[in-house]
Structure formats: structure tokens, C-alpha cells
Design a protein around this ligand. Sequence first.
Ligand code: AMO
Length: 442
Amino acid sequence: MRVLAKDLGNAVREQPGGEVELAGWVHRIRDMGGVSFVILRDRSGTAQLVFEEKPDLTLESVIRARGVPALNEKAPGGTELRVSSLEILNRAASDLPYQVNADTAKIGLEAILDQRALSLRNPKIRAIFKIQATIVEAFSACLRSKDFTEIKTSKIVGSGTEGGTSLFEVDYFDRKVYLAQSPQLYKQIMVASGLERVFEVGPVYRAEKHDTPRHLNEYVSMDLELGFIESEKDLIELEKEILIYIFDEVARKNGPELELWNAAVPHSDAVKKSPTVTYEEALKIVNAGAGKTGSSTGRIFDLNPEAERILCEWSLREHGSDIVFVNAFPRRHRPFYTYPLAAPEGGEASAALTMSFDCLFRGLEITSGSRRQHDYQALLDCLPKFNLKAEDMAGYLAVFKYGAPPHGGFAIGCERLTQKILGLANVKEASLFPRDRKRVEP
Ligand code: AMO
């Protein structure tokens, strides 16, 4: 009967002297003259195999080994398998592009991404995706517990929604359509359909030309939308609850994976203490902090990456949380569907603020959200300012013509959250098969 590497210790305690079978990949081979040690790797971890004679094996071959487990405090996990029979299920060629068991820092990002099938065999790299799976599961479970319904919407759309970011064009029979930048309009439609509370975890596409450690051209968006909110402040409170749920689940389920990266998730008390500052206050904090941290010498006018880093450092210093929420963004920074905050007294229309927010975590924006405009006429009036045509959005607009509640939502970038939990240098490391300007393989 096959046992997993992590259960070898139990096998010896439960059935002393009984034969068991391990199956997996050859992780390491150590020939000590008289005996040979082979470290076998399976989905659960690693175990030591002991051979009386040197086996004819190559690294990464897939094997099945039978034998009797025995306690040995020098073996990893305190147990080893004394092998009586070995079957090679698939022999790996000896010209591996790199050694899977090597230090990930030495393999290098390009090699890791070029040879995904191999690099994912490295337990530290695979740990990223075990944690990501927990993040997605926890996000969904938390929302289900709050009566949200999961939806799946089309990724083929007739027009864009996110303003500044560009669209990938696709040939669709005799016309051009686009890959969805976000499920934005669909999640709003679903709130108005009467479901009231919906969420979606799915891919979205951004034809952004820049190559930075924070941008992917395809990423997984964890979206939600709900009806009957007053302002973005309701959304910030909801995001805190979701983050606490996710962090607690990662801490509970992924201790070994976090340890491989020497990483820790924020404690729920820290998340609760996370401050909210307006966009204007944020810029003041940033410009007061910029000089002190010896970074930019010039004034910062926008929440650029440096500003995000300074804000999170400030939040950690002043509030004990490396999460900070920024709200009340000026209209020019937000998409057409964002609900206005009352214009400042005597203020110009261009200075109008919005009921919007971002969440910054460990120096990076991980979330954007807002209350949405649900007034039909107000939507019609604002479309031309965003170069959008009412006729392209007829299905969406009809929703507001025929009764949509006040509503709002947000989206968390799954890869960015994973990146920041683990302290990864590049968001591409948190995407199984990242797409950037040059990479569409594997
Ligand atoms: P936004 O465009 O700000 O908002 O995206 C939301 C979150 O998605 C992540 N993100 C990215 N991750 C990797 N690569 C990218 N190129 C990239 N672009 C964005 C970030 C970001 O905070 N419809 C709105 C959300 C809403 O209001 O509900 C939207 O898509 O973590």
C-alpha cells in the first residue's frame, strides 16, 4: 500500500516491521560507499530511502520503492525506508536544465519560468501555489459565509471598463472584440439581478506594455460586488474581515510553506488597526516621509510605487500594521463607474472626489474598489468624458434604467497578495504560467 513521505513515521509506529510503498521523484542521491541514500519527493514532502547496493538512478526519475520503514533520528523526519524492491516508472534524462533541488535564488527567475514543469517540483516554489490555493479557497469561503453567490462571467467583451489600462483585441468572426480587463460590469449587473451579493475568481487581461515586478498581462482577479452600501467605508470594513479570514487560514494550513519562505501573515489585531487615510492626506504623509527615508528628492504627486512603500512604512511605524487603506481619490484617477463624493465647498468640478479606495499591503496596492454610480442619467452624462459610447454599453445601462440598488465592490489581485505574503521580489513568481510582453510559453 502506498504511503506518503510525510506519513512514513506513522507507518512504522502503527505497523512495526510491515512493508510499505513510497512513490515519487528522485530528489537527491547520496552514495556513501557501502550504502546509498536517495531522497524521494512526493506531494507531501520528502523521505529517505536506504539501498544496500548503489541503485542505477538519475535525478528526477519517477520511482516506486517497497521496503520496511525504520526509525533513524539522522534521517529527515526521523524515519527511513530500507528498500527491498525498486521500480523505475519513468527514467529522467541526465541532462536536466538545472538541479530541481537547488537553491531557488541560484536558479534565477527566467530559468524558473522557462522550465515551469521542473521548477514547480522544487518544494519552495511549489509552496507558493499551495498558499495561493488557500488564499482563493479562503476568499471564497469567507464570502459564501456572508451569503455571496459565486459567479463566472465571460472574458470576451465588446468594450473596456477600466479607463487607463489598454485592451487586447481579439478577432471574433467578422468583428473585433476584447479580452475583459475585469468582470466589473457583469458583477454590477448580477447585483442588480437580485442576487445582491456576488463574487468571482477568474482571469483578467491588461495590455499594459510595461515590464515591472508588479504587473502581469493576465492575472487572477478576486472580485466581489454587493448592494445596499452607503460608501466605500463599508467596503473597507468588509475587506478587513476577508483579509483576516485569508491570513488566518494561511497561518492554519500553510505553516510549513510559510516557513520555507521565512514568511509570516499579519495578525488579525494588526489588520483591524489598519488606518484609512484620504488620498490628499496620503500624499502629505508621503511627501513628509520621502525626505526622511532618503529616497526621492522631488515632490511626489501621485501614489506611485515609492509612495506606496513609504505609506506602508508609515502605517507600520504609527499604527503597527503594514496595511493601509487610501480613500477619496480624485475623479481623474478612477474609472467612469465610480460614485462621486460631495464636491468640496467652492471646489471645481475637476477637483471632485470619489467614494473609492485602494488597499496597500507591504508597500504594494493589492486592492481597488468603490461605490458605483447607479443613477442612469448620471452614467449617460459621464460616458463621453471617458470616451465610452452608450450604444456599446446598452445591456449594462439598461440595468440602471430599470432599477439598481446603491452598490459597490472591489477586486484583490491574487498574485499580488501571494507575492506580498511571501515577500517575493516579482509578481511573476506568483503566477503559474505568467504572461508578459515577451512570454506566452509555457
Ligand atoms: P484595478 O484595475 O485597480 O481595479 O485592479 C484591481 C487589483 O488588481 C490587481 N492588478 C494587477 N495585478 C497584476 N498585474 C496587473 N497588471 C494588475 N492590474 C491590477 C491589483 C489591483 O489592486 N474593476 C476594478 C475593481 C473594482 O473596483 O471592483 C479593477 O479592476 O491588485
